[in-house]
Design a protein around this ligand. Structure first.
Ligand code: SPV
Ligand code: MN
Length: 624
């Protein structure tokens, strides 16, 4: 066969032997095509063996894509100035001429897109080694497991895969010739002497749903290049849609309750809305911080983390608020830092609670306070999206069920937006449908403040997953609604909002209050506290919160605080329903009619309550 001949010719015999031990002809074809297209100088097939993983670690430093820091095991990687985050503009679905995915999704005609991106990848790995990686999404030997292969010319990407995913070489061998898998082909493209991709105008990330593969070129930022992260999530959502389960942009955590019992929750928050800080609440356990899979098994909702590590935002990580991750970031062990400031081999980031140096090296090269970019804007010492990459199991609070092939039973789901005006800090949906629609499908965040003190413009980010939904948004919501019907006892659905402000623009909650909400949810799951029916959901009772504030935060909880936080703001909630309804009517192709029905029932409840109690309803007026 032609492709086997090519593999034999282009790969040295040791690596060729490693490759053909996987008996899947589609894998061979994918690798052969990658070699033919990208023309690497050598090919390294990385197995699950410690010496192969070590080789990746070492080469990431030797090539200069990472540099060692003072602390043993710590390295720094820089992405280009124009490559500091996921790039929505140039991330496109390849869609056949006769089809469309609806106007909310960025797409390009498949043949045209393929020609463009393959053109950019032609010869892109010249003088470099192509690494072939086999990994899995979800725990191994499990219904959740999805095999993935990635060919990349970046040892930084390969090193990140070591930390973020489960090894898959042995899985591919075990699965034999017929296994279905996701494939990613990535090249950094042209790099400068700092080993940073330079042709950012030619950055492209194209997703081919027909062949379950992704092409990525002229970029290094993890969210654009680590195929198993957000690139595979898009393919997974389609697979889950075909197979009747859910792939979600959610953390997973264990919450302790009375007597030491542990209850599992998932949570979806758009970036900057408190996702990681919730998943890492001190004293609880973390099972995942980004991508969760849900499957119905005998009427129970079982959940697993697609990943095995964290690619986390480092801004504002402090010793006081984030003790578990702080310890990992300041002790010897394997950590990749990216896009922060380094001075004398020590990393510095924004909001770390330490005085930073006035110069050093960062993603712009040599940096000094006051340095400007080409547009005249001041370059901060570290990027706001600077990250750390670590394996989850190095965290003291890592949940022991991380690799359980059955997953964990999920008892609750929370959706958290950034809403200055309307939503109370914590409430429970009346049922699965009401929660999914009025919290998940209504999730709003805010655009950045243009003028200090002025509130941002609300922006809907449906279930915090809008960027990754590769089916129509309406179908995606419907799948969530239908999923609940497969469960004997669907997880309770909660809406949280850490960003409610009073009329003077001050936040009505402290940053640690979220811990109380989570503990309240745990008690609700076990039926151990009552709730007050409000027009927008079931809200906590003052007495229960007073006990929890004392227990969890050792704080006295005043009635006035409760009133301020849990007053139902009718006009603001009505306005929110209008925005959400408009969004679904205009942007959600095939929106299920039930969305409009549930929103309209919510409006009726608000209007009835308004007639009786006025525009601003104290929670105490609702207890009757
Ligand atoms: C996010 O932006 O939602 C992330 C980081 O989790 S990225 O890998 O860039 O998607
Ligand atoms: Mn994410």
């Amino acid at each position: 066969m032609q492709y086997l001949k090519l593999l034999q010719e282009k790969i040295d015999s040791r690596n060729y032997q490693k490759l053909i031990q996987i008996s899947n002809p589609k894998v061979h074809q994918f690798v052969a095509d990658a070699i033919e297209l990208c023309e690497p100088a050598a090919v390294f097939v990385c197995t699950d063996k410690p010496e192969d993983l070590e080789d990746t670690r070492r080469r990431a430093v030797e090539t200069g894509e990472e540099r060692p820091l003072k602390m043993r095991g710590h390295t720094i990687h820089f992405d280009g100035m124009e490559d500091q985050g996921r790039d929505r503009e140039v991330t496109r679905y390849l869609v056949p001429k006769t089809e469309t995915l609806g106007k909310a999704l960025n797409q390009i005609e498949r043949e045209k897109g393929l020609a463009e991106i393959r053109g950019l990848l032609k010869g892109a790995m010249e003088n470099r080694t192509m690494v072939v990686r086999f990994m899995t999404l979800g725990p191994n030997n499990s219904q959740f497991s999805i095999p993935c292969v990635e060919c990349t010319d970046s040892y930084y990407v390969s090193h990140s895969l070591n930390l973020l995913y489960r090894p898959g070489y042995e899985e591919f061998k075990r699965l034999g010739p017929k296994a279905q898998f996701f494939a990613t082909l990535h090249s950094c493209g042209k790099m400068d002497e700092r080993m940073v991709s330079v042709e950012s105008d030619k950055k492209r990330i194209y997703i081919d749903c027909i062949t379950d593969s992704v092409y990525s070129v002229n970029t290094q930022y993890g969210g654009n290049t680590i195929g198993l992260k957000k690139l595979a999530l898009r393919l997974t959502i389609r697979k889950a849609d075909r197979e009747g389960w859910l792939a979600e942009h959610m953390f997973l955590m264990g919450v302790y309750g009375p007597g030491g019992r542990k209850t599992y929750f998932a949570g979806a928050f758009p970036s900057g809305c408190g996702k990681t800080s919730t998943a890492m609440l001190p004293g609880e356990t973390i099972l995942g911080d980004d991508i969760a899979y849900f499957r119905a098994a005998n009427g129970r909702c079982m959940a697993a983390n697609a990943e095995a590590g964290i690619f986390g935002i480092i801004q504002n990580v402090t010793a006081k608020n984030d003790p578990a991750i702080w310890e990992v970031l300041t002790k010897p062990g394997e950590v990749i830092f990216s896009n922060l400031l380094v001075k004398d081999g020590k990393p510095y980031w924004l909001g770390m609670g330490e005085e930073p140096p006035a110069d050093g090296e960062n993603y712009s090269g040599d940096w000094y306070k006051g340095k400007k970019d080409t547009k005249g804007n001041e370059i901060p010492l570290a990027h706001k999206n600077a990250r750390y990459t670590v394996a989850l199991n190095v965290l003291k609070n890592c949940d022991p069920e991380l690799d359980n092939p059955k997953g964990v039973e999920l008892a609750g789901v929370m959706y958290g937006g950034r809403d200055a005006k309307a939503s109370v800090p914590c409430q429970q949906g009346f049922d699965w449908e009401h929660g999914i629609i009025t919290y998940g499908a209504s999730l709003e965040t805010e655009t950045t403040f243009a003028i200090v003190g002025k509130e941002g413009v609300p922006e809907i980010n449906l279930m915090s997953i809008q960027d990754f939904v590769a089916i129509s948004l309406g179908k995606y919501v419907r799948n969530n609604l239908e999923f609940g019907k497969k469960l004997k006892k669907p997880p309770l659905v909660f809406g949280v909002n850490y960003f409610l402000r009073d009329k003077d623009g001050k936040f009505v909650n402290g940053v640690r209050d979220k811990h109380v909400w989570v503990k309240w949810m745990e008690l609700r799951v076990h039926g151990e506290v009552d709730a007050v029916p409000a027009p927008t959901g079931l809200i906590p009772k003052y007495e229960d919160l007073a006990v929890l504030f004392r227990q969890v935060l050792d704080k006295k909880y005043a009635r006035e605080d409760y009133i301020k936080q849990f007053t139902i703001r009718v006009p603001e909630n009505l306005a929110k329903i209008d925005r959400v309804g408009k969004f679904h009517r205009e942007n959600v192709a095939k929106a299920p009619p039930i969305i409009f029905k549930v929103l309209s029932q919510q409006r009726d409840r608000l209007l009835t309550a308004q007639n009786k109690h006025g525009d601003y309803i104290s929670p105490f007026d609702l207890i009757k």
